[in-house]
Design a protein around this ligand. Structure first.
Ligand SMILES: Nc1ncnc2c1ncn2[C@@H]1O[C@H](COP(=O)(O)OP(=O)(O)OP(=O)(O)O)[C@@H](O)[C@H]1O
Ligand SMILES: [Mg+2]
Length: 275
């Protein structure tokens, strides 16, 4: 799989750390090599991922799009180091994560990646500021301290929740709750953000608000995003769409970075490809 016209990385973005051996700045931030994942069940083996190789450039917004059961979530879990492949390698900033100890892999994941899931996983008793600051609290840092408080405020502003800081999740709409989850995932400024159907439970307009927020993290911060979706309207926000089918990457559609996220060009390309 080749990279097609990835956007220029934002020089202000977190450095990728791949330059240690003099590697060029365009080294993939994320790479998969011949990944497979089999689930062994009594009497059958499910081949959820069947040999996926891909590269994601720093600052790129990539969508993995495909129907239910095609292996998108399994692939995202492997790419994000939440699950181990049956065979193949995942390289995060050039580092093969499968060769790290569990402890080192956990640290790398915590420091370099963020996740947004379909279910928001907010803590009901904490307000917006406290939920967004949770990664710092878990790491033993004081989220009210100067620099961290600024980061929390910036993340809340980016998802346009300024003014709702003291609301608890049950005092927010579904879309607002998901925006809190996005803010929590980006507050640590991870190099790579993974999102699995982050708009899945939301109505169309609310879903667009989440996608706008994700897209802004790309544009404003040079954030790299890998988004899983079955929805062409969501995938149309990406710079590049990888079409997933039956555990493989079936096709790749380069959309380029566009201010207009209309799905028509993507739908036309999918139709051309017979998808
Ligand atoms: N823990 C598991 N044990 C056994 N089979 C699994 C497991 N997780 C996923 N599968 C199977 O692997 C295949 C891919 O599942 P996956 O969840 O990755 O699909 P998906 O593309 O994310 O689907 P959806 O759009 O419905 O979320 C499916 O056939 C599924 O039944
Ligand atoms: Mg899924």
């Amino acid at each position: 799989m080749t990279l097609q016209s990835p956007p220029a990385p934002d020089p202000a973005a977190t450095p990728t750390g791949t330059g240690a051996a003099g590697a060029p700045a365009r080294t993939a931030i994320l790479e998969a090599r011949q990944l497979t994942k089999q689930y062994r069940l009594p009497g059958e083996t499910v081949e959820a991922v069947r040999g996926v190789s891909l590269q994601v450039a720093p600052g790129e917004f990539v969508a993995l799009m495909g129907p239910s059961g095609s292996g998108k979530s399994t692939l995202l879990q492997l790419l994000g180091g939440l699950d181990r492949p049956t065979s193949g390698d995942v390289l995060l900033e050039g580092e093969p994560i499968g060769r790290l100890s569990d402890e080192d892999a956990t640290r790398l994941r915590r420091e370099r990646t963020g996740f947004v899931f379909q279910s928001f996983n907010l803590v009901p008793l904490l307000n917006v500021v406290e939920n967004v600051g949770l990664p710092f609290t878990i790491a033993g840092q004081d989220p009210r301290s100067g620099d961290l408080a600024v980061r929390i405020r910036d993340a809340i502003a980016l998802v346009e929740l300024t003014g709702k800081e003291r609301h608890r999740p049950d005092q927010l709409s579904s879309g607002e709750q998901q925006r809190v989850a996005v803010a929590r995932a980006i507050v640590t400024r991870p190099a790579l953000l993974f999102a699995d159907e982050p708009t899945g439970n939301l109505d169309f307009t609310t879903g667009l608000g989440i996608l706008d927020a994700l897209w802004r993290t790309c544009v404003d911060r040079g954030q790299t995003i890998v988004l899983v979706t079955h929805d062409a309207k969501a995938a149309a926000y990406a710079d590049r769409v990888l079409v997933v089918g039956d555990g493989r990457i079936r096709d790749e559609i380069a959309l380029g970075r566009r201010e207009d996220h209309g799905a028509a060009p993507l739908i036309a390309r999918l139709a051309q490809l017979g998808l």
